[in-house]
Design a protein around this ligand. Structure first.
Ligand code: FES
Length: 155
């Protein structure tokens, strides 16, 4: 092998090695940069208000806003739920989202039921499907009370 061809072989080999090392160093950085895109939004506790204000509530509609982070996107979302004070520090909070196609249900005090305006679903006071196409009951949300404030876990 001549000196000339040895030199060009070494140049190509060092260029290839440099490229491989750059790639090896870059893969974790690329992974770090794009990993939020695969992360699902995390659930969080959202403040529904003072327990004293909600005390003795019966299917009271409570509106709230929260900031949700989904991948790179941070957005303010609005939700509403139905809150019932069960007594003895127990609370029942239902999502208003119909389990069929996501329309918002409303509580009808006379019928003692949640009614969905879209396809006629009826849920009882425990969120169970009584009538209509929903495949599942209304979602009952996890709640906690801290320092006199009622929180709901929002996914
Ligand atoms: S979305 Fe509620 S019944 Fe279809």
């Amino acid at each position: 092998m001549s000196n000339e061809s040895r030199r060009s072989f070494l140049q190509i080999a060092s260029a290839c090695l440099g490229g491989l090392l750059s790639l090896a160093a870059g893969i974790p950085l690329i992974g770090f940069a794009i990993s939020p895109a695969w992360k699902k939004g995390e659930s969080q506790w959202v403040d529904l208000g003072l327990v004293d204000r909600l005390k003795d509530s019966r299917f009271k509609k409570v509106n709230f806003t929260f900031t949700a982070k989904d991948g790179w996107v941070k957005a303010t979302k609005k939700r509403s739920v139905y809150v019932t004070d069960l007594g003895n520090g127990e609370w029942s909070v239902f999502s208003r989202t119909c389990s069929h196609l996501g329309c918002l249900v409303r509580w009808d005090e006379n019928k003692e039921s949640f009614l969905c305006p879209c396809h006629g679903a009826v849920f009882d006071k425990d969120g169970a499907v009584v009538e209509g196409p929903p495949p599942e009951p209304l979602q009952k949300l996890e709640v906690k009370v801290e320092a006199g404030v009622l929180y709901v876990k929002e996914a």
